[in-house]
Every structure is written in C-alpha cells, then in structure tokens.
Ligand binder design. Structure first.
Ligand SMILES: C[S@@+](CC[C@H](N)C(=O)[O-])C[C@H]1O[C@@H](n2cnc3c(N)ncnc32)[C@H](O)[C@@H]1O
Length: 279
C-alpha cells in the first residue's frame, strides 16, 4: 500500500481512462442495468429474441456465480476490485449477508457514477457500502482488512497481474478467499496475443491485455495463496452474449468476435478461486 492522504493515485492507463471516462462504455446498450460484463447465460432460452431484462439478468447471474464461489457467510467484509458502476457491490451487500462491502475502482468517474446510482442504498445502509478509488496493483487498504475479495470482468484491464495477486494476498486476512471472474487466454500459446489483437479492437488498442490463465494462477501461488482452482465458464458466457448481440450487430464486429475467439480456443471465460492460508 503506497496510498494515503495526499498520495499520488496509481496512473490510469490511457485506454482505460478513455473507455470509462468520455466513452462511458457502461452506457452502451449492449450493457444495461448498471453492470458492465458479458453475462452468465446458463438457463436462458437462447432460441428466442432476448430482452433487456434478460440482459440485466445475465449480468446479475454473472455476479451471483462469482459471489457463490466466494462461499460467503454472514457478517464478512468484502472488497470488489474493479467495481464499475457498483451494481454488483450492491447485490453483494443486499443478497449475501456481508457486514461491509467496499467497491474499489481505478477510475474516478466510475466511482462518481457508482455513488450516484447507489445513493439510495448508501443512505439506507450507512457505513456498510463504500466506493473507494484505488488500483488492483496498489490497494489503499490495510493488511488483512477483508475476508473476501471479488473481481468481475476487470482483470483484463490490469497491467500487472503479479502486483494484483500480491495486493490481494496482503489485504485478505488469513483464511480469507478470493474469486476472480473474467476472460483470459486459456494457455501460454505464444501467438494468442497477436491473434486477439487481429480479432478484437479492445486488445489492439491496449484496453484489454491478453493475460493467460497460467500467468494468473502462477501469480496467485507466488503471492502465497493456496488451493487455486480454475473453472471454465465460457460455454455459459459467449453463446448467450453473441445471441444477445445478433439482432443489432453484424458478424465480424468487435463484440461478436469474442465468440469467434472462444471457438478458436484463443480466449475463454473463467472463474478462479484461491485462499490465503491460515498459517
Ligand atoms: C468491464 S468493467 C466491469 C465492472 C463491474 N465489475 C461489472 O461487472 O459490472 C471494468 C472496471 O474495471 C476498472 N478498472 C480497470 N483497471 C483497473 C485497475 N487497475 N484497478 C481497479 N479497477 C480497474 C474500470 O475502471 C472499470 O470500471
């Protein structure tokens, strides 16, 4: 932790600054309901036209599967890394019995939006929901301050997974648990990053980084976390995401090329969990 009163905030990469500042990615109709993730579509009927309610439900379901992987019990303190507009942090507080939920994001404009969108809940649950500016790689919290750490579809933006893993291990108390849901390259194939940049503008522009699963799991283990488990959930993400887009977006456009990358084996969606050992 290098931040404190008057400390310089961690630099925001220019592509992240733009996407979540002026471009306001979360306001695009492909997202909805205050979430910015591709959705978890298990149980949705993909054979019919999908509605905005379906879309919001899919993003809520993404949070619920990630929050379930955290094994929450009553009265814990949770941190969300890359909380975006705060809809998922609100779900965590309202549905999972946490005593306190802290949503952290690197982007000050996202935090303003999160506070505004959740003003009612912030008023109704004083002291139990916080939105704090900070970077995954440099978290403004004390050692062992949290029982649970969650991150949903944000790690593709982190520049340094090793620093994220070290900070996660540091802010978790012994016996604490982390769950990370997001998209990663499934293996360490050397050509994957180039192929992703060909298919997907967000990788070409530097908004997304082609992190591999072995890099993530190795980083968590080197940070001292144990019991690292990786579950592929791509089959419940990409076909539904593509079905949702199909009415408005032509094939071979940015959002629709994610399904192509998945089918080629270049990218998949995972939930990864780990624990901080008790000793
Ligand atoms: C795709 S959005 C996901 C938001 C939310 N988790 C959701 O699923 O609705 C990614 C968020 O991560 C934030 N972010 C990007 N890089 C970050 C970093 N290094 N540390 C913390 N947050 C970061 C962005 O500002 C953005 O709000």
């Amino acid at each position: 932790m290098t931040q404190g009163p008057g400390a310089t905030p961690h630099p925001i990469p220019p592509a992240v600054q733009e996407a979540y500042g002026p471009a306001d990615l979360g306001s695009m109709p492909m997202f909805a309901g205050g979430f910015i993730n591709f959705g978890y579509w298990q149980g949705f009927d993909l054979g019919r036209s999908l509605t905005e309610d379906d879309r919001i439900g899919s993003q809520l379901a993404m949070y619920r599967q990630a929050l379930g992987a955290l094994v929450p019990t009553e009265g814990l303190r949770a941190l969300e890394v890359g909380c975006g507009l705060g809809a998922g942090a609100a779900v965590a507080l309202e549905e999972y019995g946490f005593a306190r939920v802290t949503g952290m994001d690197i982007h000050p404009q996202q935090l303003e939006r999160a506070r505004q969108a959740n003003s009612g809940l912030l008023g109704r649950r004083p002291g139990r929901l916080h939105f704090v500016q900070g970077a995954a790689e440099d978290m403004p919290f004390d050692d062992g301050e949290f029982d649970r750490v969650l991150s949903v579809e944000a790690a593709q933006h982190f520049r340094d997974l090793g620093a994220f893993a070290r900070e996660t291990a540091r802010v978790l108390r012994p016996g604490g648990r982390v769950a990370i849901a997001g998209f990663f390259v499934p293996d360490a194939g050397p050509a994957r990053a180039g192929r992703l940049a060909e298919l997907l503008d967000s990788f070409a522009s530097g908004l997304d980084v082609a992190h591999t699963v072995p890099l993530l799991t190795g980083s968590l283990e080197r940070a001292g976390l144990s019991g690292v488990r990786v579950t592929s959930i791509g089959a419940s993400v990409w076909p539904g995401w593509d079905r949702w887009l199909a009415d408005a977006w032509k094939p071979d456009t940015w959002p629709r090329n994610f399904l192509r990358a998945y089918r080629e084996g270049t990218l998949d969606y995972f939930t990864v969990t780990a624990e901080r050992p008790v000793r």
